[in-house]
Design a protein. Sequence first.
Length: 175
Amino acid sequence: MAQPQADIEVIALGQRILKALGIADRIVLELNTLGDPESRAAYRDALVGYFSARVAELSEDSRRRLERNPLRILDSKDPGDQRLAAEAPDFAEYLNDSSREFFARVRDGLDALGVVYRLNPRLVRGLDYYTHTAFEFVTTDLGAQGTVIGGGRYDGLVEVMGRASDARGWLGRRY
């Protein structure tokens, strides 16, 4: 069962690394939730509906993403896509109660550790296997590609890669 403590620990470790490198004061932690698979499916449907009605205004890349992974449209660098994404439905409206509680516990844990963050409802990390917490440590010192550390929870990664519940056997194989 997914536990918020693991997310808190990984993010706090990232913060400690940046402090040890002496660059933490130039970095901002951005935080979001992608909810559980049920919440994500509901949000995906809302995005497809929203962007399908505006498909002619989307960039070519985002038109391709619309069917495959509409969440990726939210972090498009195309100015037209960004304008449309700014008006897209908010993920928070599609989170179920357990996903809301999970994210609240992550934020409470980070607050207790003194880890400062900025909520970014458009931070999606864009990969289908992400669930719940997504984060990026970003800086403006590097220009548009300012992510220094990024990640999140991948509860469904093994299934996405074509393996059912026998993750231990699959990961333990020698090739």
